[in-house]
Design a protein around this ligand. Structure first.
Ligand code: MG
Ligand code: MG
Length: 277
């Protein structure tokens, strides 16, 4: 088990989806908003010359200052508070002394546990001036996530989420990472069901109000194949072509999707957090 994205397995999906009460959703909203604010700050730190370990340290400090825990740190032995994945790195990259370079694309995946509940979100940030080809990959990955979020409503099926991602990404000639998937989320970062970024409309279990999903398209410019580096964590594309990642934690409500990790407007990390007593 890995932070941020389940390795896909063939186990039966949806057997154990845990619905959340209103009170639990309030706590998840607070955790989600914290992660959203942290990522907003981290995005503003990204520029050529900044090391990815500096960004990790800033994330950990902001999360702890808010009274939360960095969910990834120690998760099955993962040593850092963020996953820092540059260019051909897909997910689960280690923060390091690598200095970000003009033209890189840098994916930051971040999780925080606040008052017993987890928020999980990821962004891919262009570093300085980035080629149009790579910028398009980042933009389309974000669009894939937005389209997937629209499918997160009661009465739809799990397959509708993956189908939305797959159709949009493949229409642009990109490929979908298949070895890692999104997931249910709550008291634990990785709950049922697994949420692949591919699928067929109308297939899979029905989506119900009270479910909370972490949806996270991982989209490759080249082929979908990946491998894990010798550190045992860092996932890279097999062909060395770049990959982009975008993730939100989304509550399914009767009214439709509520994106718990999306920040409506710029707020300080230390700003007010929704009451969660
Ligand atoms: Mg994540
Ligand atoms: Mg995740």
């Amino acid at each position: 088990m890995l932070p941020g994205a389940w390795p896909v397995s063939s186990k039966t999906v949806a057997s154990m989806i845990i619905g959340k009460s209103k009170r639990e959703l309030e706590k998840m909203r607070a955790a989600g908003q914290l992660v959203g604010r942290v990522l907003q700050e981290l995005r503003s730190m990204v520029k050529p010359g900044v090391t990815t370990i500096e960004i990790d340290r800033a994330a950990e400090r902001m999360i702890r200052d808010a009274g939360a825990l960095p969910t990834f740190k120690g998760y099955h032995g993962f040593p850092y508070s963020i996953c820092a994945s540059v260019n051909e790195q897909v997910v689960h990259g280690f923060p390091s002394n690598y200095e970000l370079q003009e033209g890189d694309i840098f994916s930051i995946d971040c999780g925080a546990t606040l008052d017993g509940f987890v928020g999980d979100s990821a962004i891919t940030v262009p570093v300085g001036t980035v080629s149009t080809t790579w910028l398009d990959l980042v933009r389309v990955t974000e669009e894939c996530l937005d389209l997937a979020i629209e499918e997160c409503r009661p009465g739809n099926h799990l397959g509708d989420i993956g189908a939305a991602v797959q159709q949009h990404a493949e229409a642009h000639g990109y490929s979908i990472v298949r070895d890692y998937v999104g997931h249910g989320i709550g008291r634990r970062m990785h709950e049922d069901p697994q949420i692949p970024n591919y699928g067929k409309p109308g297939q899979g279990p029905k989506i119900k109000a009270g479910y909370v999903f972490a949806v996270e398209p991982m989209i490759n410019l080249g082929a979908h194949h990946t491998k894990v580096l010798a550190d045992g964590w860092t996932v890279v594309t097999l062909d060395g072509q770049p990959s982009a990642h975008a993730e939100h934690t989304i509550a399914i409500t009767e009214e439709g999707p509520e994106v718990l990790t999306r920040i409506a407007q710029k707020q300080p990390v230390g700003g007010s957090i929704a009451a969660s007593n």
